[in-house]
Design a binder for this molecule. Structure first.
Ligand code: NDP
Length: 260
């Protein structure tokens, strides 16, 4: 990514970010944060009307955003979306692979279709979208940033979420594979590993007193994280401040993984 003239290390003005799965939750907070840091942001999810509503919320704040609804796990849909960006001369130089789903079930009861659905959405899609973005970043010779959203399960397993754990472990290594091949083109690919964050994905867990107590007693911060607490790390990894940082995963987890 070329440096911006007369701007700070963390200024994203002049850059265009695609954030997958940004109609709500962590993706929406990252979209607002990157837009407030100066980027033009493209919001995404599978549901056009929900994306439109999210775009309206941020437009009302005076932010530069637009929507592109497509399924990140559908290769043809991803290619069509990027062809549309090309036609409109939209040059995405920041990609956040954030779209993700959860499926909780003991592994002995897990259907192969559910295994594939989670792996496809949480891991394979990051390859599909990352490949489409990187091809264009390389052709433009202007570098770029790819941020893949991992999890505490990029590092540690937990019962009943096997495909999610495997996908998020894969996300950590996908970022490193991207760095291995694309650092030479001035593309930095890194991961963020959020701890337990208050979003729709965790609604059932937040409302479960046993799980809620476990989160608060296991984490040295003694609380859940908020989506906006991931924004600073995302801006760092999306900006020139991280121009020589590649293949890393940064855990934003209140210190959870650092303690016994
Ligand atoms: P949410 O369920 O709140 O939001 C998920 C977003 O992804 C929605 O916008 C959803 O929209 C979209 N999405 C899901 N599948 C697809 C798809 N195939 N194509 C395009 N968009 C899709 O999740 P969170 O905000 O909690 O999680 C965001 C990311 O952060 C995920 O990768 C998750 O694994 C990760 N994470 C979350 C943690 C947490 O505690 N919340 C902790 C660690 C990691 P729609 O369904 O309308 O398509």
């Amino acid at each position: 990514m070329k440096s911006n003239s007369n701007s700070s290390l963390f200024d994203l003005a002049g850059h265009t970010a695609l954030i997958t799965g940004s109609s709500r939750g962590i993706g929406f907070a990252l979209a607002q944060g990157l837009a407030e840091a100066g980027a033009k942001v493209i919001l995404n999810s599978r549901q056009p009307e929900v994306v439109d509503a999210a775009v309206s919320r941020l437009t009302a704040l005076g932010l530069q955003v637009e929507g592109a609804a497509f399924d990140v796990a559908d290769e043809a849909a991803v290619e069509a979306a990027f062809a549309g960006f090309d036609q409109r001369a939209i040059a995405i130089d920041i990609l956040i692979n954030n779209a993700g789903i959860q499926h909780r079930q003991p592994m002995v009861d897990l259907a192969l279709a559910d295994w594939h659905r989670v792996i496809n959405t949480n891991l394979t899609a990051a390859f599909i979208v990352g490949r489409a973005a990187a091809r264009r970043m390389i052709a433009r010779q202007s570098g770029g940033k790819i941020i893949n959203i991992g999890s505490l399960t990029s590092e540690a397993a937990r019962a009943t979420v096997a495909p999610y754990t495997v996908a998020k472990g894969g996300i950590k290594m996908l970022s490193r594979a991207m760095a291995a091949e694309w650092a030479q083109f001035n593309i930095q690919a890194n991961s963020i590993g959020p701890g337990y964050i208050l979003t729709d994905m965790n609604e059932a867990l937040v409302n479960n007193p046993t799980f809620d107590a476990w989160v608060k007693s296991s984490n040295p911060a003694q609380r859940w994280g908020r989506p906006e607490e991931l924004v600073g790390t995302a801006i760092y990894l999306a900006s020139n401040a991280s121009s020589y940082v590649n293949g890393q995963i940064i855990y934003v987890d209140g210190g959870w993984l650092s303690v016994l």
